[in-house]
Design a protein around this ligand. Structure first.
Ligand SMILES: Cc1ncc(COP(=O)(O)O)c(C=O)c1O
Length: 466
C-alpha cells in the first residue's frame, strides 16, 4: 500500500530535489545526514550550511553575467550582500570569500566592518553601500570612513536632509546615491514607500543641491521593491519608472554610472516552487538596456543587494515532536520542543511559510496534524504550507514512541535571529536553540562546529536584572 510519507511527497512534487533526498527513511539536506547531526547535538537546533552562501552568490553572478552577455550589455554586475539579513561573523566571512560588496543599514554596521578589517577579512577598498534613514551616529560612522580615505563608501540618501548632514561631516570627495521612494503594491496600506525620495523631487533636488557641490558626485540611483522581484505588472512598471528617472538624471549628470535594484530575489519556500530565475534576470537586464537605448543613454552598471537569496537557503531549524495531543476528533497537535514565535518569528509576524519536512520516519504512514509551540500564546502554531492549507507528517505517538519524530523547517537562514532578538528574553522563557555550523573541508567531507549552546537560564536572568 502506497501510504508512506515518502509516497505522499513523491506523488505531490518532483522528488528528490537538489538539496533534499531520502536514505533509509531519513532526510539528507545538501547531502548532510540530518539524523547524524541530531544524534550529535540534540534538538532544538539551528543549522547553517555555509557552502550554500557561496554557491548562491556565484549563482546570481552567473545569472546576471549570462543575461548581460545575451543582449551585449555594456555595464558590469556587482553583488552586494545586505548585512541585515544575517549579521553573524560566519555568514559575513563566507559571503566575503566571493568578491562582493556590502550594504549597511545603521551605525553599528560600521563597527562590524571594523571587526572584519581587524580579522583581515576586508580592507579599506571594500565597496560599502550605506542605506537606511541616518541618525547622527550613522552619519558620523560613514563620515569617519570617507574622511579616512575609504574611497568606495557610498551613502544613499534616504531623504534630502541627509545631504546637509553628510556635507557637514564629510570633508573629502565622496560618491553619493539617491534612493527612489517606490510606489507600494496596490494591495498595500500605503501608496508610496516611506523609504527614499519621491520620484518627482529627484531631478530638482539634484540640480539644486548635488550638482552645485564640489565634494559630492551623484553616481548611483537606488530602488527597492519590498515585495520582491516578481513577474507581475507592478514590478515591471516600477522598474520602468526607475530606469526612466536614471535616464533623466544621466542626461544632466554624466557621473551617474550605477543602478542599484536592491534585494528581493526569492528563495524556495515550498517544494512546489517554480520561480524562473533565468527568465527574470534576462528580462530585467533586457528591459534596462531597451529603455536606455531608446533614451540614448549608456546602460548602467547594475548593483543588487540580495539578503534572503544570499543566506536564506543555508539555514534550517530542527525540532523534536515531544508529544501528541488529540484535542477533538479532528485536531491532533504535535508539540515541538521550542517555539515558533521566538525561533521563527516570520511565521507569526508575517504569516511566512518555510519548507517543512520530517527528518526521520519517511517510511511511516502520515496524518494531518497541527504543530504547536511551547509558549502559552495561542498564536504559537503552524498549520499550513505555501502550497496547501494543511500539513501532513508521519505518524508518531509522541512520548510513547521509543524513536521520536524530528521535523525540520528549511531555508530559515535570513532575518529570523535579528527579528527574534538572538540571545535575548524569550516568550515564556523558552530558551533559544543551539546553533551548529556545517561546512565542508578540502576533501569535500562535512564538518560541524557548535556556534552557540542552547540558551541558559543564567543569560536570561542576567538580562532581567536578577
Ligand atoms: C535597501 C534594502 N536592500 C536590500 C534588502 C534585502 O532584501 P531581500 O532580503 O529581500 O533580498 C532590503 C531588505 O529589507 C533593503 O531594505
Amino acid at each position: 500500500m502506497k501510504d508512506k510519507y515518502l509516497n505522499l511527497v513523491e506523488q505531490s512534487f518532483d522528488w528528490p530535489q537538489d538539496e533534499f533526498r531520502i536514505e533509509d527513511g531519513n532526510l539528507f539536506f545538501n547531502d548532510i545526514p540530518m539524523m547524524d547531526i541530531i544524534s550529535q547535538y540534540g534538538t532544538p537546533l539551528k543549522v547553517t550550511y555555509l557552502p550554500k552562501i557561496s554557491s548562491q552568490i556565484q549563482r546570481a553572478k552567473r545569472l546576471f553575467n549570462v543575461a548581460m552577455a545575451k543582449v551585449d550589455y555594456k555595464g558590469s554586475y556587482n553583488y552586494c550582500y545586505c548585512t541585515k539579513s544575517s549579521h553573524f561573523a560566519f555568514v559575513m566571512q563566507e559571503a566575503l570569500k566571493n568578491d562582493i560588496y556590502i550594504e549597511t543599514s545603521s551605525a553599528f554596521d560600521f563597527n562590524l566592518v571594523d571587526a572584519l578589517v581587524e580579522e583581515g577579512v576586508i580592507n579599506s577598498d571594500i565597496h560599502i553601500i550605506c542605506n537606511g534613514f541616518k541618525k547622527d551616529t550613522y552619519i558620523e560612522n560613514i563620515a569617519a570612513k570617507c574622511n579616512a580615505g575609504w574611497k568606495n563608501v557610498i551613502p544613499i540618501l534616504d531623504n534630502m536632509a541627509e545631504f546637509e548632514d553628510l556635507d557637514k561631516s564629510i570633508n573629502s570627495s565622496c560618491n553619493l546615491g539617491i534612493r527612489i521612494a517606490s510606489e507600494e503594491e496596490p494591495k498595500f496600506e500605503f501608496y508610496t514607500s516611506r523609504l527614499g525620495i519621491r520620484y518627482s523631487d529627484i531631478v530638482p533636488f539634484y540640480k539644486e543641491k548635488i550638482a552645485k557641490s564640489k565634494k559630492f558626485t551623484l553616481s548611483m540611483l537606488h530602488f527597492f521593491i519590498n515585495t520582491g522581484i516578481n513577474d507581475n505588472a507592478y514590478y515591471w512598471n516600477e522598474l520602468n519608472k526607475c530606469v526612466n528617472v536614471y535616464c533623466d538624471l544621466k542626461q544632466i549628470n554624466p557621473d551617474l554610472t550605477s543602478l542599484n535594484i536592491g534585494g528581493g530575489f526569492p528563495i524556495k519556500n515550498s517544494l512546489a516552487q517554480d520561480y524562473d530565475y533565468e527568465y527574470m534576470t534576462e528580462e530585467i537586464i533586457a528591459q534596462i538596456k531597451h529603455i536606455c537605448d531608446r533614451r540614448g543613454v549608456a546602460e548602467p552598471d547594475i548593483f543588487t543587494e540580495f539578503g534572503t537569496f544570499t543566506v536564506g537557503e543555508s539555514g534550517a531549524t530542527i525540532f523534536q515532536i515531544l508529544d501528541v495531543k488529540q484535542q477533538n476528533d479532528k485536531e491532533r497537535w504535535y508539540m515541538i520542543d521550542g517555539s515558533f514565535m521566538t525561533t521563527l518569528p516570520d511565521i507569526w509576524g508575517i504569516d511566512k511559510r518555510f519548507i517543512l519536512l520530517p527528518i526521520n520516519k519517511w517510511n511511516e504512514q502520515y496524518q494531518r496534524v497541527f504543530l504547536g509551540g511551547l509558549t502559552c500564546d495561542s498564536e504559537d502554531y503552524y498549520n499550513a504550507e505555501m502550497h496547501a492549507n494543511a500539513i501532513f507528517l508521519p505518524y508518531t505517538r509522541g512520548r510513547k514512541d521509543s524513536e521520536p519524530l524530528y521535523i525540520g523547517f528549511f531555508h530559515t537562514g535570513a532575518y529570523q535571529e535579528s527579528i527574534a532578538g538572538y540571545g535575548g528574553i524569550q516568550h515564556c522563557l523558552i530558551p533559544a536553540p543551539k546553533h551548529v555550523i556545517i561546512d565542508r573541508n578540502a576533501e569535500g567531507e562535512y564538518t560541524t562546529k557548535l556556534f552557540s549552546k542552547e540558551q541558559s537560564y543564567k543569560s536570561m536572568l542576567k538580562i532581567l536584572g536578577y
